[in-house]
Design a protein around this ligand. Structure first.
Ligand SMILES: Cc1cc2nc3c(=O)[nH]c(=O)nc-3n(C[C@H](O)[C@H](O)[C@H](O)COP(=O)(O)O)c2cc1C
Length: 206
């Protein structure tokens, strides 16, 4: 057989194998989320007294947000309100949050995400408050143009077990099913939380 034909044949096999590996690399590109895109991890979280974990110095959602940023090489942005009147006591906080929610409030947020347009994927994290998101998270969602971006929610809770993705679709972003994780696991069982976060991210192609 002609040596040129043999060499072309080898080249086709090698290149074919390379492209097969690239598109099936441990599922890395299969979810279509992580194609080496720039990642932002925005979160809202409260320290102080929280349900089932007592007085905490770092919020449950903050712990998960930092894990995600670490594993995705993402930039962190904490959603902080300008006039922070949130009570430190759990019961008082639930009352305050209920009022804020009944008013459909949009508490003003401190600071801005720099170069927001550069991010393709935005993880948005929050605790579940009264079966919904805290109102500052709505302020955050209202503040930026999410069209063409992917939002990946994550939330901590103590029983609700869902992040409420639907309302995020109003932003015009593509919204991926989020990770709902128990707050007390985030706070008190870091290895377990880390495992859940890693498995979830792996499933998304990170
Ligand atoms: C105002 C308020 C309302 C809450 N409502 C719910 C709820 O509806 N469902 C639930 O599972 N947990 C609820 N929780 C528990 C929190 O979601 C949980 O403790 C969360 O991990 C707190 O996260 P953080 O420390 O990041 O703020 C509520 C907590 C607060 C303070």
């Amino acid at each position: 057989m002609n040596i040129k034909l043999i060499l072309i044949g080898i080249l086709i096999v090698v290149l074919g194998g390379f492209f097969f590996f690239k598109t099936n690399n441990g599922g890395k590109t299969m979810a279509g989320v992580n194609d080496n895109k720039k990642v932002l991890v925005a979160y809202f979280s409260r320290a102080g007294e929280q349900y089932s974990v007592g007085n905490i110095t770092e919020g449950n959602t903050a712990i998960i947000a930092k894990m995600i940023a670490d594993k995705t090489n993402g930039d962190l942005f904490e959603i902080k309100v300008k006039n922070d009147n949130y009570p430190k006591g759990y019961t008082e906080l639930t009352e305050y949050a209920k009022t804020e929610m009944s008013q459909n409030a949009r508490p003003e947020i401190i600071g801005k995400v720099e170069n927001f347009a550069d991010y393709d994927t935005v993880f948005v994290g929050y605790p579940i408050w009264w079966g919904d998101k805290p109102m500052p998270v709505y302020t955050f969602l209202d503040s930026y143009d999410f069209k063409g971006k992917t939002i990946i929610p994550f939330c901590t809770h103590e029983g609700s077990g869902y992040c409420g993705e639907q309302s995020m679709e109003l932003t015009g972003a593509k919204v991926i099913k989020g990770l709902a994780i128990y707050g007390h696991i985030a706070q008190n069982d870091r290895p377990q939380a880390d495992k859940q976060v890693s498995e979830w991210l792996k499933g998304l192609g990170f």
